[in-house]
Design a protein around this ligand. Structure first.
Ligand code: PLP
Length: 385
């Protein structure tokens, strides 16, 4: 086994795909702390107060054994209200929520229609379920409609699964159209709001809420580790869905509950986020500015329409070069490479935070453009060697 590990690490290094842990330095462009709440003193204070309030700092077990507490029961009701649903259930992370939800909902004999760019946690949940899967090209409604029709009338349940704001593209799923297709074809819709929670929709309630669809979809998944600067995730839906997950979702059943004091931090984050319209509009302005500037420099930022802006660079080497140059220039930026993104679409994923200024965004656009040019020069040189 050790030889295999060494061999695979060697292959990764030769393909420019070896990753090492680093501590980000400089202006952070690779965090999901979209509203800068991770260092917000109000959140710090809320956590301290919550720790002082709770009787136990550890949850001591799974929710079905000793790990349940009034903190979690209450924050679940509050989160459901935020999401616009009747109920919500907390999981240890977004990863656990998606795996638990999809692997328990879907069974062999069911069919799941999954956007080609869905996050690994959705993909893994689908794989674990044993359901038949149809991967539809990213946001391709025509393909999806044909695929749904081709399978209509077959036994088994049909479920469409999508992110709302796509984590690597920064574009938005057409939730209303997906819902219409789902309804016409007797399918359910599951929406992962990880990158929309706190940032998109009325009071940061997500894209399903923006479309008035939060009660029509079967489930929305809101994660707390990104704009809410906390941890955990909530699957939001009706009471029956919550009861079902309590009984069937293995990542809920067989995992220790998060510590009860975290509920206090999540509550404070929800309150801050509800009132963060100014930060959200600044974030939109930053994003639109950066897209305009990059386009002026002839840099491809795909179909982004949100705070996540991919700088599409193609090869791993080019992405690594640009990331390195940005880091030297004082920006914490990372090269995102396959398998996280499709082959040939290596990129810098710029995730903006409302804490940065328009000037910094202009500086960033200039630095990206300069880094792309030095790569061209360096590779042209290499050809002649
Ligand atoms: C779309 C999406 N869903 C789910 C997750 C997982 O959430 P968590 O980090 O809370 O496990 C992520 C994390 O990056 C994500 O991007």
């Amino acid at each position: 086994m050790r030889e295999r590990i060494a061999h695979e690490l060697d292959v990764l290094a030769r393909q420019s795909q070896f990753r090492a842990l680093e501590i980000p330095k400089g202006i952070n462009l690779c965090s999901n702390d979209y509203l800068g709440l991770a260092s917000d003193p109000r959140l710090h204070q809320a956590l301290l107060e919550s720790i002082n309030r709770v009787h136990q700092v550890g949850s001591t077990g799974s929710r079905l054994l000793s790990g349940n507490s009034s903190e979690w029961e209450t924050i679940e009701r509050e989160f459901a209200e935020f999401a616009g649903t009747d109920a919500a259930l907390c999981f240890g992370s977004g990863y656990a929520a998606n795996i638990g939800l999809l692997s328990s909902l879907l069974k062999p004999g069911d069919i799941v229609f999954s956007d080609a760019l869905n996050h690994a946690s959705l993909i893994d949940g689908i794989r674990l379920s044993g359901a038949e899967k149809v991967i539809y090209p990213h946001r391709d409604l025509r393909f999806l409609e044909t695929a749904l029709r081709a399978r209509s009338g077959r036994p088994g349940a049909s479920v469409i699964v999508t992110e709302s704001v796509f984590s690597m593209e920064g574009d938005v799923a057409p939730i209303r159209d997906l819902l219409a297709l789902a309804k016409a074809n007797n399918a359910a819709l599951v929406v992962d709001e990880a990158h929309a929670t706190g940032v998109c929709g009325p009071h940061g309630r997500g894209i399903a809420a923006e479309e008035g669809a939060e009660r029509e979809v079967l489930a929305t998944v809101h994660t707390c580790g990104k704009a809410l600067a906390s941890a955990g995730a909530f699957v939001c839906g009706d009471v029956a869905l919550r009861d079902y997950l309590v009984n069937r979702a293995r990542t809920f059943l067989f995992s220790t509950a998060l510590p009860p004091y975290l509920a206090g931090q999540i509550r404070a984050a929800l309150e801050i986020v509800r009132g963060a319209d100014t930060e959200r509009s600044h974030l939109r302005e930053l994003a639109s500015n950066l897209r305009t500037k990059l386009k002026e420099e002839g840099i491809d930022c795909g179909t982004s329409s949100t705070h996540i802006i991919p700088v599409l660079l193609g090869s791993n080497e080019r992405a690594l070069h640009v990331a390195g140059e940005l880091q030297r220039g004082g920006f914490a930026a990372k090269a995102i490479r396959p398998p996280t993104v499709p082959r040939g679409t290596a990129r810098i994923r710029v995730s903006l935070t409302s804490k940065i200024s328009i000037e910094q965004v202009c500086q960033l656009a200039r630095a990206i453009s300069a880094a792309c040019q030095t790569f061209q020069t360096a590779s042209a040189g290499a050809v002649h060697v």
